[in-house]
Write a protein that binds this ligand. Structure first.
Ligand SMILES: [Zn+2]
Length: 452
């Protein structure tokens, strides 16, 4: 069979659902960096067909099926006299990875797969972020975010790269969600008086939600706090993390916020609630749920359902308990009315998200934000450190921090602060192992203007 010719003539859009799934299965195994569009022919699979006997069998099955019409093109006939494979072939071979996913999201996920497997250079990282910003700009065009909305849910979420995919664009607007990202989801981040501004933006009967997650690196580090005593910022941050377990940490952060004077004064006026939530990476797909609490209202259950749906859908097929990959640490200021994962259309394992502690227009990043970025860079948490370090050596790659704000002068101040207050970052930049990019966010169009 002249497979190259056959593959030239069969387009992705011609395939049936089962066949498409089987194709994804093949691509997933091969880890090919291919952009798949409906109109693209499958010719790129020819080389793999020729090289790998197992893959070639699978490709052959797809081609035979597509050629023979397989319940779709009754007028076309198989030219090689073989019967199309039974649907059980596809059932047994198709990857569970993309089941129940829409075609578009499947295609998007395929484009992202290479990112899970290797560390990008800072130029590649920048390019990826720039391209992925396009989707956000499009959404803004169709449905601009209104700036004056009050916060209905102030969510304190760990910076962990695996937390991606919780929100979709409308959640920020329709549900009034305002996420604050800090390692270990520590509510201590709102302890200073300068930060109390954020409480004044809370709507009546709103809630502060502490969002913890399984396999949390900050909890892991808190368990071994001695090992990190040499890192000034990190050790100060993990002082506020409960080392017992991730759920105990959420409870502790709820307790801390309940004693915060800024919170107490606002919550009396507006009856603001405190809720705990947990993202479970051990379930497949990962799940999101509120922790049982007497404060939960019907509205909160609707939120829980929505975020759980988002999280499951966008991370279908990923095993988040295993690895944490991210090609950039994005630090965004409170002047940016959306979160970085929305702005750069990211799911889990793409970027670490850190919020700057600049609610009071202090123009400062703050120690907790610096510590969160340091934790992401150090990869204290898993064996990913080894893989990315190896990649860095072999590919002359560097690490990447992106600073995102509406005002360049603030970004410049942040840069100086990072270099002055973080030895880890200073040394990495000096050695050429880390690049810091400046990105100005246009809050009217959603476009990110990259300075460097
Ligand atoms: Zn965490």
């Amino acid at each position: 069979m002249d497979m190259r010719n056959l593959l030239k003539n069969i387009k992705l859009g011609d395939l049936a659902h089962d066949e498409t799934e089987a194709l994804y299965d093949i691509l997933y195994e091969l880890e090919i960096d291919h952009t798949l569009e409906d109109s693209k022919t499958l010719e790129f699979l020819a080389d793999h067909y020729l090289k790998n006997p197992i893959i070639s069998k699978k490709i052959e099955a797809i081609v035979i099926s597509a050629q023979s019409g397989y319940n779709r093109h009754p007028k076309t006939h198989s030219t090689h006299g073989q019967n199309p494979p039974s649907s059980s072939y596809f059932e047994s071979n198709s990857c569970k990875l993309f089941k129940n996913d829409s075609l578009i999201s499947k295609l998007n996920r395929m484009k992202l797969l290479p990112l899970y497997k290797r560390m990008l250079s800072w130029e590649e990282s920048l390019d990826t972020l720039r391209k992925q910003n396009g989707l956000h700009v499009q959404r803004m065009k169709e449905n601009p975010l209104s700036k004056s909305d009050k916060i209905k849910y102030l969510m304190i979420i760990c910076s962990d790269a695996r937390m991606g995919g919780l929100f979709d664009y409308n959640d920020f607007r329709a549900r009034g969600i305002h996420p604050v990202y800090v390692a270990g989801n520590i509510s201590e981040v709102l302890a200073s008086k300068k930060m109390w501004d954020v409480f004044s933006k809370l709507a009546p009967e709103s809630a502060v939600v502490i969002v913890g997650h399984s396999h949390c690196g900050a909890v892991h580090c808190a368990k071994q706090s001695q090992a990190y005593s040499g890192h000034k910022n990190i050790s100060k941050l993990i002082e506020h993390v409960n080392p017992e377990s991730e759920t105990e940490n959420v409870k502790q952060q709820m307790e801390v916020i309940s004693k915060n004077p800024g919170f107490i004064s606002e919550s009396k006026k507006k009856s603001i609630r405190i809720l705990g939530a947990f993202a479970n990476f051990d379930s497949h797909p990962p799940s999101f749920s509120l922790m049982s609490n007497q404060n939960i209202m019907r509205l909160d259950k609707a939120l829980e359902k929505k975020l759980d749906f988002n999280f499951r859908q966008s991370n279908q097929g990923q095993d988040l308990s295993q690895k944490q990959y991210a090609h950039a640490v994005v630090i965004n200021g409170s002047s940016v009315p959306s979160d970085s994962r929305e702005i750069f259309s990211c799911c889990a394992n793409e970027i670490f998200c850190v919020s700057a502690s600049d609610f009071s227009n202090s123009k400062k990043l703050g120690a907790k934000s610096i510590a969160s970025a340091e934790m992401a860079l150090l990869d204290l948490l898993d064996e990913h450190a080894i893989a990315s370090a190896e990649y860095s050596v072999n590919n002359n790659s560097t690490r990447h921090i992106a600073l995102l704000h509406t005002d360049l002068s603030v970004i410049n101040k942040w840069k100086s602060e990072l270099m002055e207050k973080s030895e880890i970052i200073f040394q990495a930049v000096e050695r050429g192992g880390l690049h810091i990019s400046s990105m100005i966010y246009n809050d009217l169009t959603g476009e990110v203007f990259i300075i460097s």
